[in-house]
Structures are given as C-alpha cells and as structure tokens.
Design a protein around this ligand. Sequence first.
Ligand SMILES: [Zn+2]
Length: 222
Amino acid sequence: MVIRIQTLLLSGCLFGLVACNQPQVTMLTPQQITLLSDSQIEQLSAQNCAKQDQYEVMTSRSHVFQKRLDRLTKQWPNTVNGKTLNYRVYLKTQPNAWASFNGCVRLTSGLMNLLTDDEIQAVIVHEIGHIALNHTLAAFRQAKSAEIHSNGTITLIMPQALSLQQEFAADAYAVRVLQYQQRDPYALITMLNKLDRHQQQASSSHPNTAARKTNLLKKIMR
Ligand SMILES: [Zn+2]
C-alpha cells in the first residue's frame, strides 16, 4: 500500500490513509472548502463513493464475501444520523475498510480473508463510528486543501493529528457499542495485530496502530 502522510480520503478508514495514484488533480484551497455547506459535503461524499465503486472491482450481491458481510451487518442499524448505510465488498488483496459521510461502508476481500467474524464486526462498528461522529464534516472543516482526482475521487489534506484523533474516537465508539452489545472489544486489538503483521510482511508500516492499541486498552479496562 502506498501511504501518503497527512492525507485522508473523503471517508473514515481503517488505516486512516488511502492510496490514490491518479495523476490529474484539481486543488481546492481552504477558502474554497469553507464555502461548502454540509449538504454539499454530503453530495461530494456520495459522488466520491460512487466513483470509488466504479474504480474498484465490487463483488456481486450473491458473492460469498458479500453474503458474509450481509450476515455480519444484519444486526447493526440501517441508518445513522439519518444516513442509510450500505455495505459492499471490493475484490482487492490489500486489507482496508472505510466509511463515508453519506453512509457507504466498504471492506476489501483482503481484509475479510484476514479477519474472524468478531473482528469484522469490530471493524464495522468502528466504521459506523466515523459516520455517527460526523468525522468527514470535521475533516473538511479543518482541511488544509482538497484534491479532486481525475476519476472523481477526493483526497483531503488534513492535519495528521486530526486523523489520529478521529481513529481514537471511532475506536472508543466501537468499544462502547461492542461492550453494550456484550461482544468482545478485544477483537479491535486482535484485528489491529493482524493488520500490523500484514503490513510488516508487505515491508510497510503504519505508525497509528501502536497508539490505537494503547488507547483501546485504556478504554476497555476503564
Ligand atoms: Zn477509522
């Protein structure tokens, strides 16, 4: 995975960082971003999701990965903050997951291959947390600039501290929900351990996971 420091796709994502290699980019300045209303940001978010769906290889509704995800998401709410959630799987070896402001939740087949059902549930609740906590809006409001790529996807250039803060908040949300549902919150930690091992094998690293695990342990033990 290509990791771009201080970037976040128009979504909350498991790694908080997403590879975008499209060569043609239009930049929006902070002043231009400030003029966007909440509903315009939601529209951009929906457009970004639709473009990403076209760009990636999505499984069919009857695919084994999609059926597994459908089974695992059955118990979670259909709407969050008035946004209808829709869960889909991309056929992609790189493990990743993200959610967007308009209700898109996307997991890769590489992630689903790596994780147990409990760990996937933990990922799903973490991603719901990004939507419930309006992280995309906050990311836009604090963005240094935004890149609109030639394929229609959008990358926000935002402070790295905000990205980590949003990961902590989504993790804390997930711990609260999993504990309330009497599910195992440690699945969040075993999930991050597996991602760490995968990243090491891929000769890459993700500095956020160690901090996230420390923060998660504090929340769980509280
Ligand atoms: Zn996240």
